[in-house]
Write a protein that binds this ligand. Sequence first.
Ligand code: PXP
Length: 399
Amino acid sequence: MPIFLTNNYPSSALQINTRLIIACAEQLLDLCDMAGYSLSILLIDDREMTDLNNRYRGKNVPTNVLSFPFLDGADDTISSLPIRELGDIIISVDTAGREATASRQTLAERLAWLITHGLLHLLGYDHERSAPDAALMQDKENELISRLQLNRSKPMTLLAINVDHIATIRQARGTIEPDPVTAAALCELAGASGIVVHLREDRRHIQDRDVRLLRQTVKTRLNLEMGAAKEIIDIALDIKPDMVTLVPEKRLELTTEGGLNVTGQKKKLAGTIEQMAKAGIPVSLFIDPDFKQIKASHDIGATFVEIHTGRYCDAVSEKERDCEFHLIASAAQEADRLGLQVNAGHGLDYRTTARIAALDIIGELSIGHAVIARAVFIGLEQAVREMLDIIRFARHGFY
Ligand code: PXP
C-alpha cells in the first residue's frame, strides 16, 4: 500500500528529501506489521500548522506533528468496512527544522522521529492519556527508532569535502576571504568525515598557509591532494597530513583531468610512497577504473586508490553512464580483492552520487565542486548535510 506524501511546505529554505521520507514511512509500517496499510503524510509550515492546531486542539501555536486516524469519529458502518488506511500525519517543517538544530540532528533524522511519533498515535498510542501510556509510547518509539538504525548494518560511506573552490573565490580577489580553513570547520560541523585540499604547484587556489593551518584545525582527517613533485612532497613530509592523494597535475588544466598513469611511472611513484610511508603517511593513488592501474597501484604499495568517477558523471547518455558505472563497480571490487582500500571521487553531484555511494566497497567519497556550488545558494552546512543524506540513503535505504 502506498505512502501518500504531499509537500505543501512553501519555502525552499529547508531542503526536504521526499524520497527519504517515503522510505522511512514504508520501513516503519513494516516494523509495525502494518505493511498492507496506506498512510498520508502532509508537510506544511508553521502558519498552516497553527491554524490546524487551533482548529482541532484549541491551541493557537504551531506544533511539530499532528495525527488524524482515518476512522476517527466514523460510525459503526464505516468502521466495519475493510479499509486499510491508517490516516494522516501532518508535520510542520519549520518546527521540525528548529528542533533538528536544537537536537543536533539532520532535518531528515528529525522528520523520521516525527513520522514515528505520528504513526504511533495513529496506531492508538497516546502519551497524553496517562503516565503509563506515555512510558509505553516512549518505549515503542525508542524501539522503532533503534530498529531503523539497526538497518544500518553496512559501514557508512564517508564524505570528504574538497574546499579548493573556497580558496579559488578568495584568490580571485586576492583578499583573505572566504577562508578555506573556516569552510573546513563548517563542513566538519555538518558531518563531513574529512577535508581535502589540493596544493598545486602554481598555488592557484590553496596556499601553503591554508595547509599549515588546516593541519592544526581539522579534527577529522586531512587529505592532501598533490602531484608527485619534490617541492610539494617536502611540504607534505613537513606538515604530515593524515593521508596524501597523488594526482597527475598539469598547469593548464581547469581541474584534475584524468587518473594517474601508475603503470607508466611505477618507479617514481613507488619512491614517493616509500618516502611517505617512512613519515607514517598513507598514500592514495587517483586512478581511472582500469584493472592495470589497480594492479600497478597494489604492486607499488599504495594503501588506497581513489577511483576517478569523472567519466561516469560526464556521460551524455544513460547507456554510457551505465557502462562507466559498471567499470567503477568492477574496478572497486578488484581493488578490494587485492587488499587496497577504495575511495572514489571527481565530478560527483547531487544526482550522480547515490549510485556510487551504494557500492559497499567504497569507503569514502571526495566531493568538492557540487557541494560548494550549492552552498553559494543554501549555505555550506546545509549543502554538506544534503549530500550526506543522499549517501546514507543510498547505502542503507535509510538516513
Ligand atoms: N578527487 C580528486 C582526486 C580531485 O582532483 C578532485 C577535484 O579537485 C575531486 C576528487 C573532487 O572533484 P569535484 O570538485 O568535481 O567534486
